[in-house]
Design a protein around this ligand. Structure first.
Ligand code: 6GU
Length: 252
């Protein structure tokens, strides 16, 4: 996976991506990261990339020219092996489609992804029309810029790229696969502040363990994210458990 990020704060992207699992995956070559500073494509002597909005109003708007030339610079380096499949350009904006695990799974199949991080009050609409393929938000709240959302997306996508996680299975069993949350985890000591680890975990009984994991996932999802259950594939027995957790009447 090759990530390309158009930003005014490349160090923010590089710092975050160089830590932990993504850092190791970059070192190992499972991921590549290129940050390009939009300011390097400024068209005036003061290195500005923003200007006043036509029509007036508060705040500044990023100009089309620097963003477009930054994009062309990146595209000149992307070998178009699959010419029929256009490289996706993702603009991070609270006006976009809200990012989901399903979207991450689709993005993880791409060879290259270009992220455009805006600042100020926005970017001149004309360059967005010209280059952006996908408008993506990370949730219903407003951030100061697109860098954190780009990092959230890259982190989520990275762990789906083969080789990035050491543990093959773990990308699948975690929260949201099967629309259920993950079961609780325990490690040593077996008793801590008088609280014991659930005995089934110490039993070594494989079938009982699997049953317990599944049951705990169902209970936890019912308690914390009941909205996910309408898309989960539960047995009649598991639905009974859900009703028990929620209280029969409140679930009708
Ligand atoms: Cl993608 N950008 C900004 N500025 N704020 C956001 C967002 C994106 N997603 C949620 N809030």
């Amino acid at each position: 996976m090759n990530f390309h990020v158009m930003t005014l704060f490349p160090e923010m992207i590089e710092q975050a991506m160089s830590a932990s699992i993504t850092g190791r995956a970059l070192q190992a070559g499972y991921l590549n990261l290129e940050t390009v500073n939009i300011r390097d494509f400024s068209e005036n002597k003061h290195n500005r990339v923003d200007d006043y909005p036509y029509g007036g109003g508060a705040g500044m708007v990023m100009q089309a020219g620097p963003v477009y030339h930054c994009y062309q610079d990146i595209m000149s380096r992307i070998a178009q092996k699959h010419a029929e499949q256009k490289t996706k350009v993702i603009y991070l904006t609270p006006q976009g489609t809200v990012f989901t695990q399903k979207m991450a799974e689709d993005y993880a199949k791409e060879d290259d992804l270009i992220f455009l991080c805006g600042h100020y009050e926005g970017i001149d609409e004309r360059v967005l029309e010209e280059i952006v393929t996908d408008y993506v938000s990370i949730g219903d709240y407003v951030l100061t810029g697109g860098e954190l959302p780009a990092l959230v997306m890259m982190d989520t996508i990275s762990r789906l790229v083969p080789g990035v996680l050491n543990n093959e299975a773990s990308a699948e069993t975690e929260s949201f696969s099967g629309h259920l949350l993950e079961y609780p985890q325990y490690t040593r000591p077996s008793v801590w502040r008088g609280k014991e680890v659930p005995p089934v975990l110490l039993s070594g009984h494989h079938l009982n363990l699997q049953k317990w994991y599944r049951e705990q996932s169902v209970i936890r999802t019912a308690q914390r994210r009941p909205d996910l259950l309408e898309r989960a594939d539960l047995t009649p027995e598991e639905w009974r458990l859900v009703r028990q957790v929620l209280g029969e009447e409140s679930y009708e």
